[in-house]
Design a protein around this ligand. Structure first.
Ligand code: NAD
Length: 487
């Protein structure tokens, strides 16, 4: 049998993608192709694990749990930080692979890979020590945070590394063991990461199983998984929640969003336009927190729209592997079809396109042009739903209360941003927005110390910060009557 050290020495980032179960590489009878979305080419075959193999991974995680939970937290933190170091050592290979499998250009790959390194290191500084509530001569009362047990992590395809790390790091620090299921569309980086760090953790503590959506269903109903940490769409989140109900699993659900960006009348259109552009189109708009509705005050509407069009024309859409590419392709074919439905609907409704509007389906790769739709009706599909692709509605507003009501008129409540020089107005509006994060004159600022989660149907629970870490624990109260005569 191949040892971990031998595999580390011989594994490449070009082929040879395996699941990891109980510290060992695991292959499967069935495989599925992984594609480069910029070319449509098959770049690898990925194992599709069976139900039995998932059971094996969960059993190994269960067996490893007592030992890992009993490992001193300082040692667990050291290991989590060392996993970050290992990722950093291979940063170049991971960035190239991320571009190849996900499509994002170099800048986005750097942000994701080095962000993940930072997350491992910073989450490794967090802990939840016992809290002494009372310690008198007569009684004591302590709140403890005990690890929930075996975690199943289910990851989407837009930020495949980072959103896995947001689960792996706190789970391991908290003393949980974890089985990671990457998205079937972007399994390669996650499989490599888990494989490459096996010598740092005891067998079974950190496993990865690749497979299709069935694997997700088996995980959410699995009797021996205690918690599901899920990032994905709101629709799938509903399935996860109902499937997890059978075993009353702990759940963190990070789901879809339809973030409004509100632009006040006092902005400088040319200064704000590039920032609004990236608020909406970062990661080719395949971003839960992308600005998906741009509410621009009527006084500056035309100027901001025109500045956005001018700026958008300077950004090249293309293969992320090319140095001058600003935006890559849509990550997968089903999503490419879904995004095109929004284009078709806007055409059918007679919307005006300020930029773009036509998708070329003939070329290689799943490319969509940056598209700005000029003031479509508020009830259009593009405004109400989450396109998750580079087509953005620009909407006009006049009255502050009205724009706040429109911003909040959605099932989602993930994020929002407000842009303007009047800082009092920014704060006043922010406090009336029903969303997990509101950015003022900036966007997409995250830290391992800042809560991140959705209101309404954008999710349940939170990731990051001590609140996120606490979601990998159960609370336990231990009280003591110190009077020896009491018993
Ligand atoms: P998705 O819901 O289709 O898939 C997410 C994961 O769930 C994948 O690993 C998939 O295999 C798995 N899955 C599918 N069906 C399942 C089932 N029935 N049971 C269990 N698991 C199942 O989402 P996606 O298309 O990969 O990602 C895009 C969505 O994710 C968007 O809606 C986006 O807004 C959201 N998202 C949210 C956040 C956040 O933090 N709130 C971050 C990124 C993406």
């Amino acid at each position: 049998m191949t040892t971990q050290a031998e595999r580390r020495a011989t594994t490449t980032f070009d082929s040879d993608y395996v699941s990891t179960i109980n510290g060992r590489p695991a292959t499967s009878v069935t495989t599925a192709p992984a594609f480069n979305p910029a070319t449509g080419e098959v770049i690898a075959q990925v194992p599709v694990m069976s139900k039995d193999q998932l059971d094996e991974a969960v059993a190994a995680a269960r067996a490893a749990f007592p030992g890992w939970a009993a490992t001193p937290i300082e040692e667990r933190k050291r290991i989590v930080s060392a996993i970050g170091d290992r990722l950093e050592e291979h940063a170049e290979e991971f960035m190239a692979l991320l571009t190849r499998e996900q499509g994002k250009p170099r800048a986005g790959a750097e942000w994701e890979v080095f962000g993940s390194v930072a997350w491992f290191r910073e989450i490794a500084k967090q802990s939840l020590p016992d809290e002494t509530l009372l310690d008198s001569a007569e009684r004591s009362a302590v709140t403890r945070y005990t690890p929930v047990g075996v975690v199943g992590a289910i990851v989407p395809w837009n930020f495949p590394i980072l959103l896995a790390v947001w689960k792996i790091a706190p789970a391991l620090v908290a003393g949980c063991t974890i089985v990671v299921k990457p998205s079937p569309f972007t399994p390669l980086c996650d499989l490599k990461l888990v494989e490459l760090v096996q010598d740092l953790v005891p067998p079974g503590v950190l496993s990865a199983v690749a497979g299709d959506d069935d694997l997700g269903k088996w995980m959410t109903s699995h009797p021996d998984i205690n918690k599901i940490a899920f990032t994905g769409s709101t629709d799938t989140g509903r399935h996860v929640m109902s499937s997890a109900a059978g075993t009353l699993k702990r759940l963190t659900l990070e789901l879809g969003g339809n973030d409004p960006a509100i632009v006040l009348p006092d902005v400088d259109p040319t200064k704000v336009a590039p920032q609004l552009f990236w608020a909406a189109f970062q990661n080719n708009a395949q971003f839960c927190n992308a600005a998906k509705r741009l509410y621009i005050h009527e006084d500056v509407y035309d100027a901001v729209r025109d500045a956005l069009v001018d700026y958008a024309k300077t950004i090249k859409v293309g293969n992320g592997a090319d140095a001058d590419t600003g935006l890559g392709p849509i990550q997968n074919e089903p999503q490419f079809k879904k995004v095109r439905e929004f284009f078709a609907d806007s055409h059918a409704q007679g919307h005006t396109f300020a930029l773009g509007g036509e998708v070329d389906t003939e070329g290689a790769g799943w490319f969509v042009p940056v598209t700005l739709v000029d003031n479509p009706p508020e009830d259009s599909r593009l405004v109400v739903e989450e396109p998750f692709g580079p087509i953005l509605p620009l909407l006009k507003w006049t009255d502050e209360d009205d724009v706040i009501a429109r911003a909040n008129d959605t099932i989602y409540g993930l994020g929002a941003s407000v842009w303007g020089k009047d800082l009092d107005a920014l704060q006043r509006i922010a406090r009336k927005i029903d969303a997990g994060t509101v950015w003022l004159n900036e966007v997409h600022q995250y830290t391992p110390y800042q809560v991140f989660g959705g209101h309404k149907q954008s999710g349940i629970g939170t990731e990051n910060s001590l609140h996120g870490l606490a979601e990998y624990t159960n609370w336990q109260s231990i009280t003591l009557n110190k009077d020896p005569e009491a018993v």
